[in-house]
Every structure is written in C-alpha cells, then in structure tokens.
Design a protein around this ligand. Structure first.
Ligand SMILES: [Zn+2]
Length: 511
C-alpha cells in the first residue's frame, strides 16, 4: 500500500500520470461488486450482469484473483481517436469563457475556484443581473466533467451559457431566470484529466469518489459547525468544497456520461445495501425534480433501462465519496448526477443532437430552484440578516439562510407546511400553514428575536413587562411576538427563560 502511494506521488511529481485500465467485467451478484471495489477499482457503471470499472495498472493482479471474466477496453491516459476535434479542450474552454465575459460583461463574472494539480484553472462563470453581488436570489450550479473522459457536459455547459447570454433581454423566460437567479456554471471540473483523456485527475484520483463520506468524515452540517474536512483530498475537490460552502446553493447538478439517466440522492445510506433504494427526507421532491430533467430529454424519458429515465443512486449501485450526497447532507443543497449518454465520449457529430435533447431539460431543471417557500430572516432589533436554519415540520432536512443577505429558499412540492426557523441565540420561530402552490415560491419573511424587546442590550424585567403589555393588548405596546404564534403568554415565557439565564434558548426537540 505504502509502495503504491509512493509510486503515485513520484509519478505525479514527474508530471506522468499513473496508467489506468478501463475494464468491462461480468459479475454474478452484488457481493461481487463489493469484491471488485475492494481491489481498488472504481465502479463507473452497472448494467445487468456487467460493470465498467477503472483499475490502476498496479491493481490488475488483484482483479485477476477474483476470477471473474473481464476484458480491458482501453488504457488511460489515451490519445483521443479522430472525430473528437469539435470538443473544447482546456485552452478552448478558457478562451470560450473569456469571450463570453467580454461579450456580456454586465451579466457575467468569471472566477477561478483554484488551480488543478497540473496548474490549470477551475473556471466558474457566475451569471446573474448583478453578478458580483449577493442578492435575495436562489443560487444554482451546473458542474461538468469531474471525470475527464466524460466531456459532453462541458459542451452542454458552454451551449447553455451561450443560450442564457445571447437570449438575455429578448427572451422573457431567459431574462427572468437570469434576473431572478444566481446561476453558476463550472464547465470543466477536472481539466487535467480532460487533457489526458482519462477519468481520474493527474494524481490518479477519482474526483467523484473523494468527497467526505457520511458518517465517517462528518455527521453534522456546515452550519452546525462540522469541519469542512477538505484536508488530504484532491486539490480539485477541495476547491469545489470551499466554493460550495461559501455560496448558499439550493439546487444543482453535475454532468457525467456512461448512461442516460438522472441519478438522485442518496448514493449511499449507512445500513442500506447497494442495489436498494436509499430515499432522502425529500424523496418525492427529488423524484419530481429528476423528472423535470428526464421528461424533457426524449432519450432519458424513453430509457429501456430506467423507468422514466430516473433512478435513486443506491438503487442503481452505491458509491462512497460522491458529490451529491455531500451537498445534500452537509450544506442542504439538492444535487443530482446527470448521466448524459451511454457512449462516454461519442464522435463530435453527436453534439448538436445532444444539445437539442438537453436544452429544455437544462432550463426546466434550473427553473426548479424557484419552487417552494422563500424569504428573508433578519434580526428583529437590528434588521440585519441572520444565518439561520430552516426546517419543515415532519421533515428532518434543513436548509440555511445565506448569511450575507439572510435569504432562504426551501424547495417544496405543493402542499401546506409549518416552517421552523432556528439560529443560536434567538428564540425559535414557527410559521404555521404556509401554502405552496404550483409555480413560483411563496414568500415568508421572518424576524428572529433574542428577547431584548427594548434593545438596551439586556433581557430583563422591563422586556418581560413589555411582552405582558403586548399580550394584554395595552395601547402603545410593542410587537412582542417572538415565536411566530401571535402575542401570547408563550412570548412572555420565552423572555422570562432568557432573563433567567437559560439563554441561548434551547433548541426545539429534534434539532
Ligand atoms: Zn462520471
């Protein structure tokens, strides 16, 4: 083990990536998949009794020991076959993004998330009406080509950027989306792998198997103070993690190839074996969002392998260290893994058809970020934004306000919901009976109080008296509804508790 790590480090130091075999292997049951993974191979797709796996050259002997039939279909890094010239490589992606920002400076902001192991930038294009500001808008992201040999997503991202920019100001649907959404696009997340024609990064690491694993690496949320745990990960993954944590993403997708399906979380849930459904607390919402994409992509929708072109990740095959589960569990963002084509890297004559199949799907999925309930959470006394947790009663998942603006966006299917708001040092707040309908999100702004009604910096008898005056409806009484239930004795009780030194207010049960 130590020797093979040393080989990887030495190879990377010389700039020579380790060789990897792409292998088609036949297996008989799910236990075989576990044995395959235990050799150090990465499973990249599964169909009936066959899997495509990636095996470092040094691990081929371990694969032989399994005595399962296999054949090597390709070695990576690989020279690209002819007919792929119209794909954008790293310098061409860089040039295309520069041209976009030059052509549309008012609605674009190009940043680098950091450099890859090989010194290439991880470009992220922010598209919005005020692209350098944080606004009361939901944040959305598309990210492509974590796997360097799955570059269709890069092309679709560039097509998508071109669509948004060129139709802004003339197409009302697109103008509205750009004005009302904070849209981020990372067309090429693994530029070194892409330039080498290989799945892995320069160090031979699988970026979509290198995110923190629940519950080994983290058990809580970013908001809850759980450490980011980015140390020791591939540099590209570290950049993506920090960027994800710095922004308050609500909905996102990352593009791959090798199948044609929308794969939604969980990819892995402790205790649920691979091949079985691992639903999140938002399973119906996840299915609905997946269908938004799949039903607008005729190839997915008519898939002979996946009902309606969608699948729960674990029900297909479980993976550890993927990006989507980490997004949902750690920062409250619904992320999905969208597989765009059964052929990983088709001839470039396929690209116009792929764009035609995905254009409406990409727009429709983006529009999903405007469902549910949204609003601002501010401090009752100062009016300043509060970094708060937002939860729907009866659902364990929580989302978080953007600390710079205070806006939250809780995606929900139509229905009636009780919404709970919580932040350390504040009295928990409950909004009952919020009705969500089809179409745009309903707005519920919330102010949180620490019980200091007169704003003198202390919670004491005078604040209690002010709350009592409000409950008794005395003339001139202040608004003392600190918990969302109207001016009642519970407000008085909250303030008494804080005055008695029980601050910060204990969390509501189950938080
Ligand atoms: Zn992939």
């Amino acid at each position: 083990m130590a020797a093979s790590i040393l080989v990887v480090i030495m190879a990377a130091a010389r700039g020579v990536p380790p060789r990897t075999a792409v292998v088609e292997i036949t297996f008989s049951d799910r236990a075989d998949l576990q044995r395959i993974r235990a050799t150090g191979a990465t499973i990249s797709r599964v169909r009936s009794d066959r899997a495509e796996i990636y095996v470092p050259a040094s691990r081929i002997e371990a694969l032989d020991a399994l005595e399962l039939p296999y054949r090597i279909t390709e070695w990576q890094p690989a020279a690209l076959p002819k007919g792929r010239e119209n794909y954008h490589d790293y310098p061409e992606v860089t040039a295309a993004l520069a041209a976009f920002t030059e052509g549309y400076p008012e609605i674009t902001n190009l940043v680098s998330l950091g450099q890859s192991e090989g010194g290439r930038e991880l470009w992220a294009l922010h598209i919005s009406d005020n692209p350098t500001d944080e606004e009361d808008e939901p944040e959305f992201k598309y990210l492509a080509t974590l796997h360097g040999d799955e570059p269709i997503g890069t092309e679709l991202c560039l097509d998508f950027i071109g669509l948004l920019l060129s139709e802004y100001g003339s197409n009302p649907r697109i103008t509205g989306l750009v004005d009302e959404t904070s849209i981020w696009v990372v067309p090429l997340a693994n530029p070194d792998g892409r330039m080498l024609g290989q799945r892995y990064n320069l160090d031979g690491q699988d970026l979509n198997r290198s995110f923190p694993v629940y519950p080994e690496d983290y058990s809580g949320t970013f908001f809850g103070g759980d450490a980011l745990s980015d140390a020791g990960r591939p540099v590209e993954v570290g950049h993506i993690m920090r960027w994800t944590a710095e922004n308050s993403f609500v909905l996102s997708a990352n593009f791959h190839t090798g199948a044609t399906v929308v794969n939604y979380p969980f990819d892995n849930e402790p205790g649920i074996p691979s091949g079985q459904d691992a639903p999140t607390a938002d399973d119906a919402l996840m299915e609905s969002l997946s269908l938004r994409y799949a039903m607008n992509n005729p190839v997915m929708w008519n898939s002979p392998f996946f009902t309606d072109g969608i699948v729960n990740g674990s029900a297909w095959y479980s993976i550890l260290g993927g990006m989507q589960d980490w997004n949902y569990r750690y920062v409250g963002c619904i992320d999905m893994t969208i597989e765009l084509s059964d052929t990983k890297w088709p001839d470039d004559t396929a690209l116009p058809g792929l764009w035609a199949d995905n254009e409406e799907a990409m727009l429709s999925y983006l529009e999903g970020v405007h469902l549910g309930v949204r609003g601002l959470v501010t401090d009752k006394k100062t009016g300043l934004p509060v970094w708060a947790q937002v939860r729907v009663r009866g659902n364990t998942q929580r989302v978080f306000t953007d600390p710079e603006v205070g806006d939250y966006h809780r995606l929900l299917l139509p229905g009636m919901y009780d919404m709970e708001f919580f932040a350390p040092g504040y009295i928990p707040y409950l909004v009952r009976g919020v009705t969500v309908e089809e179409g745009g999100a309903v707005r519920r702004d919330v102010t949180l109080s620490d019980g200091d009604l007169n704003g003198d910096g202390w919670v004491e008898a005078v604040d209690i008296q002010m709350a009592i005056a409000a409950v008794l409806r005395q003339p001139g009484a202040v608004d003392a509804d600190v918990d969302g239930g109207g001016a009642t004795v519970t407000d008085v009780q909250h303030i008494i508790n804080i005055a008695l030194g029980k601050s910060p207010e204990p969390r509501p049960s189950g938080w």
